[in-house]
Design a protein around this ligand. Sequence first.
Ligand SMILES: [Zn+2]
Length: 228
Amino acid sequence: MFHGAAQAVTQDEVMAGAARLYGERLAQLRATRSLDDNARFAARIAAIAWPLIEQAKRDYPASASWTWELHTTSDEQENASAMAGGKLLVGSAFADRLSLNDAEMAMMLAHEICHVVLLHNLREHEEALRLEPHWTTRPYAELEHAIDNDTSLMRKLARINLSQEEEADREGMRLAARAGWKPAELARFFRKIERSSHTPHFGSISHPAPAQRARAARELAAALEAGR
Ligand SMILES: [Zn+2]
């Protein structure tokens, strides 16, 4: 096996790739003057996100040494995303459209933070290698590109993507609850997603239906509030 082959895919490699892509995305946003361009929104997000990140560092100690980064943008394309190693980007347009209050924002951020601390990116790469072993002999950068662009591979990864979304919903609510947010208020985030969806009862092959997410969130919130 030669150096850099995908067979050797490690969390360090996934984080390095994510840091590069994150840097490129920030540069694009900076060039269009849409990076951290709303000081009030940036301050609000920072006040909600950093305590959740501190909670995640305590609960998932491997993430404590990462260089976490948080930025905001007014770019309409951006909802909320988190890349491997703790690189977060939050869009103000989406938050405005749904008029998210602080608890709902905390739920959205905790979901993203859980994708990162649960190493979902790395697990997805490992699953890709299991499904299509020919990638093991190719450079990691090619696999990284294929995971976001090769529709045949993406279809095969839909099952793991779906289970990762459900896990991020669940563990995200638990994380935010440990950080002090009320579960019932967190669950309202999913109600807003459901209401804003034109087809609440239909998911995609990689994402659960909004109505199903909302029901699961209400059930988990009730269990957490009952101390179960
Ligand atoms: Zn997600």
